[in-house]
Design a protein around this ligand. Structure first.
Ligand code: ADP
Ligand code: MG
Length: 378
């Protein structure tokens, strides 16, 4: 339920960002122009996929495009990715690989190979903070497909036993003849939840571009890609960047208002955000983030019984801007695990634009501290 709310809110933010832009330019570009220039279409479509919601906003000069046609292109593309990469569907390609308890090569689709390749590269560059084999630990903390309540905090012994079957180094890929993947540990379990949504967005982008649609924004569960620019309606000529919003990572009830921390003007870029402020678990007074540090087998920064919320600075969200939404999605998770100190060093090493937002103080008088990497110049 929390997850669902998160998606709805992100969905809203995306649109409020876009709407904000619209609104701000209303006098200039939307006044009479819709009637005076009927050859211009702006469409909004949305749907459900991968256990979350997606949405898109498309500008097209071709009026033969209607909502149903665009919705179907996007929905079919996203559903295809879901059929390959879901751990919730027992017959997905990924689930079949997870059920396959052998160390022999397992042939995979080119799509799967591409995502595994990106995931392994980001695992190495992030020093193991991103790890798609962390699934058993995710399930141990009850964030996986078998969502049961977490009865008690797992013991260090249990964590260590599970960690022996975790590690991206235990996964090998073969690029051709035919593309295949193998595990050196038969019980290895691969979870693409932190990268597949971004990949689905990239695939939807390709599908729209193939249809010669060049100006659009598409989003799955809050991971967004903007292509081209927002066109100003005729008779005005000209285009403007898309404006997207980053939410303040405040902890409060799930019914709290969404407050935008800031907006970003983006053209031909992806924006992915990972945060702990909506998707978390509680046992007693402890709060657990759904992002796991694969190096310790524990959720990233959680509040323990002995700490008061105001005691410490806490990372609230991480936003990454890159061309590829696949990479932005994975890096947002990686940087959340790395934290701002090591995270900024690694971001600067690879020239990645990232913004860390940290909460300071208790929920009453929370302040938000912003820590950008060098390349985050928005
Ligand atoms: P969200 O789905 O909330 O946008 P992410 O894209 O960051 O968040 O993906 C979160 C999911 O990724 C978790 O629910 C879990 O299945 C998986 N995961 C958790 N920690 C890691 C990690 N360190 N590396 C890779 N995947 C992770
Ligand atoms: Mg992610």
């Amino acid at each position: 339920m929390k997850k669902y709310l998160l998606q709805i809110v992100l969905f809203f933010i995306v649109f409020s960002g876009v709407f904000f832009f619209f609104h701000g330019n209303r006098k200039k570009d939307l006044s009479d122009s819709d009637q005076s220039a009927p050859s211009f279409a702006a469409l909004s479509v949305q749907g459900k996929t991968m256990g979350t919601v997606w949405s898109a906003r498309v500008f097209s000069g071709d009026l033969s495009w209607n909502e149903d046609r665009i919705r179907k292109i996007i929905q079919d593309t996203l559903d295809h990715v879901d059929r390959l990469m879901s751990t919730y569907k027992e017959d997905s390609e990924l689930s079949r690989f997870n059920q396959w308890k052998s160390t022999e090569w397992f042939p995979v689709s080119p799509e799967m190979l591409f995502v595994l390749d990106r995931a392994l590269e980001i695992s190495k560059k992030s020093e193991g903070a991103f790890d798609i084999t962390v699934g058993p630990v995710v399930n141990l903390w009850k964030f996986g497909p078998d969502k049961q309540p977490l009865a008690e905090i797992p013991s260090e012994e249990t964590i260590q036993a599970i960690l022996r079957k975790v590690g991206y180094q235990k996964l090998e890929i073969r690029r051709e003849d035919p593309p295949a993947v193998r595990k050196t540990e038969p019980d290895l379990y691969v979870d693409l939840s932190a990268i597949a949504k971004g990949y689905a967005v990239d695939q939807a982008t390709e599908a729209l571009k193939k249809e010669k649609i060049t100006d659009f924004m598409v989003e799955v569960g809050g991971e967004i890609r903007c292509a081209g620019q927002k066109s100003l309606s005729p008779p005005q000529k000209g285009r403007s960047p898309w404006i997207l919003g980053i939410e303040e990572p405040r902890i409060a009830g799930s019914d709290r208002d969404v407050v935008l921390y800031r907006t970003l003007p983006l053209s031909d870029r992806s924006l992915a955000t990972s945060g702990d402020y909506r998707n978390y678990r509680k046992i007693g007074k402890n709060r657990f983030s759904h992002l796991i540090d694969p190096r310790t087998g524990r959720p990233v920064e959680f509040l323990s019984e002995n700490e008061k919320e105001g005691d410490k600075k806490r990372l609230g969200s991480v936003s990454v801007v890159l061309d590829s939404c696949t990479d932005a999605d994975a890096w947002a998770t990686a940087f959340f695990v790395l934290g701002p100190e090591r995270g900024v060093e690694i971001a600067d090493k690879y020239g990645i634009p990232v913004l860390f937002l940290r909460r300071i103080g208790g929920s009453e008088a929370q302040k938000i501290e912003s820590i950008p990497s060098k390349n985050f110049s928005y």
